[in-house]
Design a protein around this ligand. Structure first.
Ligand code: HEM
Length: 492
């Protein structure tokens, strides 16, 4: 066993990387670093050792990749699909839902859930995106005249309203009641998970359970699971009643009463589950919780970064606004799917924002088989991390990589790039199942914001401190000044 471990270490140490010490591995530069400096310290290491380097996290070897051809080897393969050990910190909340599942369970659930993201279903969600965006622009009204306010919390609550309604079909009114127990628990939970990742002594379950954050974790968990279980129970009963009635009246209960009710992801999962592949209540809960987690923080960050960059580049903002004008001609009506498909320039703005500030800045896998990358054989048992933030800044793929230029996503330019040069939604079999949903949501929310307000960002790029903890966020939020536009003002 010892010789096996020695061989593993030898193979890993052939790959360059920062100096490693006993117990702490290569984490020395991070140990006495403030939270606000962590990202910069990490970037220095990445710059120094790119394109491929190893880090020791205690006894755990982590191979980092930043070059498209290396990333392709990992992501395009159907062999290396298991998530890294850090993801287990999400298990008590999300169980093994789609994000965290492995093996056969992941495979069969992915196959079952994929149709629930069908175009027609997304079409019915556009209504929800609009309804919640309308509330957002009306809430923002109170910031008109302010000399600078943080737009981040407004957008997070809007995204939470959207995901709750689409995933569970249950409104939580986060935009009206920011202090709801459930909303607070979602916030707190993400914070606790990150705290645990950053403090290795909290990694062992029995120590974590005894710690203060472990106790907070259990309180949140009770609220989160309590809420999803209650919603699932209610929807299940409702669906069974509907089915019974529709047998009697040949037509669903809602239809019989002249109501057309939107279906949420949960309803779709319940239907598949009643008709075929059985999902236990626990499995249903895991999937709903996974959507709640993956489906709001990521889009909030995406929308905020796009708002920030639009507010920093008046020329880009003007072009995006003119595109809205040409589609809506001054109206504040809600967009249709056709309208959203016509927002080609806004789409480029969103894509370019996700290039510079990818909501998910790293993804990690656990290697079950040796793999050849570049000049190295990387042994099974280690972790592989794709540094998406740095992948997106490769000057061979994006000349002048720090420049915000939506035209990077003109079809002719994109066609010239390596297919793995840009992967904000990851790629291959374990890519983001919600990427179309995310793009449509971002377009709807941004369409409302652009039509109602002119945006000006107060902080220059070099003054923004990045925090990279599961999600890439600006420390201190996004400070904006907004001025109302004429369009649609009559309704506000
Ligand atoms: C801008 C928004 C979003 C970004 C940047 C994003 C990014 C990603 C990335 C990078 C992954 C791979 C994670 C990994 O390998 O660890 C992923 C997976 C996933 N995403 Fe998203 N996501 C976004 C929005 C959404 C939304 C709105 C939903 C659901 C409604 C969603 C649901 C999921 C799920 C379920 C997975 C796991 C898929 C699997 O492993 O089969 N995401 N996402």
């Amino acid at each position: 066993r010892n010789t096996k471990r020695a061989q593993f270490i030898r193979m890993i140490d052939q790959i360059p990387g920062p100096r490693a010490y006993p117990i702490i591995g290569s984490l020395l530069p991070f140990i006495f670093t403030k939270r606000s400096d962590m990202f910069e310290v990490g970037q220095k290491i990445i710059y120094k050792h790119s394109p491929i380097f190893r880090i020791w996290i205690g006894r755990l070897a982590d191979i980092n990749l930043t070059r498209p051809e290396h990333v392709e080897v990992v992501l395009s393969s159907s062999k290396h699909l298991d998530k890294a050990i850090m993801y287990t910190f999400l298990h008590r909340w999300l169980g093994t839902g789609l994000l965290t599942a492995t093996g056969q369970k992941w495979h069969s659930h992915r196959k079952m859930i994929t149709p629930t993201f069908h175009f027609k279903i997304l079409d019915s969600f556009v209504e929800v995106f609009s309804e919640k965006s309308e509330i957002l622009v009306s809430k923002l009204q109170k910031e008109v005249g302010s000399q600078g306010f943080d737009v981040y919390p407004y957008i997070t609550k809007c995204a939470l309203d959207i995901i709750c309604e689409t995933a569970m079909g249950t409104p939580i009114f986060a935009q009206d009641d920011g202090n709801s127990e459930y909303v607070k628990a979602v916030y707190d939970m993400s914070e606790i998970v990150v705290e645990r990742i950053l403090h290795p002594w909290l990694h062992p379950e029995f120590i974590f359970k005894l710690s203060a954050s472990g106790r907070r974790h259990d309180v949140c968990l009770k609220v989160l699971h309590g809420f999803t279980k209650k919603v699932i129970g209610e929807r299940k009963v409702q669906m069974l009643i509907n089915r019974e009635n529709s047998d009697q009246f040949s037509g669903s209960n809602d239809e019989a009463m002249g109501k057309k009710r939107r279906k949420a992801f949960l309803d779709l999962l319940l239907e598949v589950s009643l008709d075929g592949v059985k999902l236990t209540d626990e499995e249903l809960r895991e999937e709903v919780d996974t959507f709640m987690f993956e489906g709001h923080d990521t889009t909030s960050a995406g929308i905020c970064w796009a708002v920030y960059l639009l507010g920093l580049h008046p020329d880009v903002q003007e072009k995006a606004y003119q595109e809205q004008e040409s589609i809506f001609q001054g109206s504040d009506r809600s967009p249709t799917m056709k309208d959203l498909n016509e927002m080609k320039y806004l789409e480029r703005v969103i894509k370019e924002s996700l290039r510079l500030y990818p909501s998910v800045p790293v993804v990690s896998r656990r290697l079950n088989e040796d793999i050849e990358i570049g000049d190295y054989t990387i042994p099974a048992g280690c972790m592989l991390t794709i540094q998406i933030y740095n992948l997106h800044r490769n000057p061979d793929q994006f000349p002048d990589p720090e420049k915000f230029d939506p035209d990077n996503f003109l079809p002719e330019r994109a066609a010239k790039r390596h297919p793995y040069a840009y992967t904000p939604f990851s790629a291959g079999p374990r890519n983001c199942i919600g990427q179309k949903f995310a793009l449509l949501e971002e377009k709807t929310v941004l369409s409302y914001i652009l039509r109602h307000y002119e945006l000006r960002s107060l902080d220059k790029r070099e003054n923004i401190t990045l925090i990279s903890e599961l999600i890439l966020r600006p420390q201190g939020g996004i400070r904006l000044i907004i001025t109302p536009r004429n369009a649609g003002s009559s309704k506000m």
